[in-house]
Design a protein around this ligand. Structure first.
Ligand SMILES: [Zn+2]
Length: 490
């Protein structure tokens, strides 16, 4: 009996050691790559043949043979957009077979006629929700083998090899740098935030402006979330979920506790594992597993051992997500584009996504009067009742204000990125202009008329938001006390 206990203790110790190693790998293996710090700014070529596009940014050349890329909304004319359909290819597919060439020299400038550094067959469609309605489209790009028969992992613009990319075209964001900046700052402090690279895009030879090639939130053998891969022997798996408007692939859509309990009115879909591993049985297991977590989160003993929420959810990940989205008033967070993931051996973590409307870039002002909002949204509704969580938010916020969220760091970061982008900024606006003539995307009275003005607005926003939060973040403690015994109604 004694030896059995000793053997058990040894096993437990081994497990503990391997868990510790795992977390060390997760945090140390991905030092953040800031493109503007790693790559030189623009220096004109010594010799040049006339009018050709010459840029220090990577060039992404998309060739569809002239066919229009599907996924553009067909507006139904109704008051809402729920009824709008999207364009498809001639054969009814949502994705168009096309090809991409990338010109991304390690040194010197990039030109459209240069020998490509990467070529691939791709499937492509217009992506996004409200951004699909913008004139400047963003795209989902899936890289394929030469015969198009299978997905192909490529190291796009130096990022970890994978087969799916979001090619985001900043349009509503006249600074052009919101996603680049906030994804990178999140990547500095969180275990994972999607990697980003600026590039310029040509579609069938026509210049399309400045884009940000972005990792999609998923997992791969050597990339991204580094989730433990599914096994054939069990339906149990690591997974990543998204709160948004659901997936066109029904197997990916799940209904979890927060939905049937009406705590969350959005749709939820599985973004990892991908279709290769996602059997209906596995999807059902994920829905049940996530529901179990949500049920315990909404239960009366959610903040006491042994059912305490922090045994299942990574406190620091939820804290950082809260702070970054509150600091930027990114109020889609917790409703749309909201990613949560869990390794089969680990705890739930959050992943940031989409800062286009952040920093007072919604059509309505978000800072008058100033307030906090995420504590009303889905899982944060319960976390924010827990004083330990709120105390962790406040302590971490004050520390970050001495670092990546300090006025000096933020202003310097914006200046450095803008300076590095250099002539690419004017090239972008020579195509798209500054006017936002659609009501839905015009931030009332705040539509910047120059890039400099747009950046100045974001700097001013950050300074004012930071000052307000410095003074008022303690009211979250009050919120926590007052809402403590309210479980379901605010
Ligand atoms: Zn050149």
């Amino acid at each position: 009996m004694k030896y059995k206990r000793m053997a058990l203790a040894a096993c437990a110790l081994l497990l503990l050691l391997s868990a510790t190693n795992l977390s060390a790998v997760l945090t140390d293996e991905h030092p953040r790559y800031h493109q503007h710090l790693e790559r030189p700014a623009y220096t004109p070529c010594a010799e040049h043949d006339g009018e050709t596009l010459c840029t220090h940014l990577p060039l992404v050349l998309i060739d569809t043979g002239g066919t229009e890329i599907p996924g553009v909304p067909i507006q139904s004319g109704g008051s809402g957009r729920e009824d709008d359909a999207f364009t498809t290819t001639a054969d009814g597919s949502t994705l168009l077979r096309a090809s991409v060439s990338v010109v991304d020299h390690a040194e010197g400038n990039n030109h459209p006629a240069d020998t490509p550094t990467l070529q691939s067959v791709i499937d492509i469609r217009v992506r996004g929700n409200s951004s699909r309605y913008f004139d400047k489209h963003s795209y989902l790009v899936k890289t394929l083998t030469d015969d198009g028969a299978a997905s192909r992992d490529v190291a796009m613009l130096g990022m970890d090899a994978f087969d799916e990319w979001a090619l985001h075209g900043p349009y509503l964001d006249k600074t052009l740098i919101r996603n680049y900046m906030w994804y990178n700052l999140a990547g500095e402090i969180m275990d994972y935030a999607p990697n980003v690279r600026f590039c310029e895009v040509l579609l069938n030879g026509v210049y399309q402006g400045l884009y940000v090639m972005t990792e999609t939130v998923s997992s791969g053998a050597d990339a991204r979330l580094k989730l433990t891969e599914p096994s054939k022997d069990t339906v149990q798996t690591s997974y990543a979920l998204r709160l948004d408007r659901g997936s066109g692939n029904e197997v990916k859509n799940i209904e979890a506790f927060s939905q049937y309990a009406l705590r969350n009115l959005q749709d939820m879909d599985i973004v990892y594992p991908g279709t290769k591993w996602l059997t209906p049985e596995r999807a059902a297991w994920i829905a049940q597993d996530f529901s179990d977590f949500e049920k315990s989160l909404y239960s009366y003993d959610y903040d006491t051992e042994p059912y305490a929420w922090w045994e299942q959810a990574d406190m620091s990940s939820f804290v950082d997500y809260f702070i970054l989205n509150e600091f930027t008033c990114n109020y889609d967070a917790g409703w749309l584009s909201t990613y949560i993931y869990r390794d089969v051996r680990g705890k739930y973590k959050m992943c940031i996504w989409d800062f286009n409307s952040a920093c007072d870039n919604y059509s309505h002002p978000v800072t008058e009067p100033q307030h906090f909002e995420l504590q009303y949204n889905v899982w944060y509704y319960m976390l924010s009742k827990d004083e330990d969580f709120i105390n962790a938010v406040i302590e971490r916020y004050r520390a970050l204000r001495q670092g990546v969220l300090s006025d000096a760091y933020l202003n310097d970061y914006m200046d450095a990125v803008v300076e590095w982008l250099g002539p690419a900024i004017d090239r972008n606006f020579s195509v798209w202009g500054y006017a936002l003539d659609k009501d839905m995307i015009s931030p009332a009275g705040r539509n910047p008329h120059t890039h400099t003005e747009a950046v100045a607005q974001m700097k001013r926003f950050c300074a004012e938001r930071g000052a307000w939060m410095d003074e008022h973040i303690d009211i979250l403690r009050q919120y926590s006390h007052e809402s403590k015994n309210k479980k379901f109604n605010h």
